[in-house]
Design a protein. Sequence first.
Length: 95
Amino acid sequence: MTETNTQIKESDNWIKVLGALNDSRYTWRTIEGIVNQTGVPEITIRAELEKHQKEVVKSLRYTQDGREVYTTRKKYQESATITQRIKMAIFNRVY
């Protein structure tokens, strides 16, 4: 695969992950939920979330079964209280 094809594939993966995070049916998404919706492998999703960390928020809280949850920064800012926004600014994560 050429470098350009690799970049397109990586871009396609991010577009899929971003689409899952922006799905209006959900406020927060688990990695497993994103995998199920997009078909993108977990390791690739984690890499994309890390690469685009300025666009993504990871909660300090977990699901009842201990899974991490994520949302987009934009989606979070639209629904967060002022206290939550201050915490996000301090920790780069939300509670």
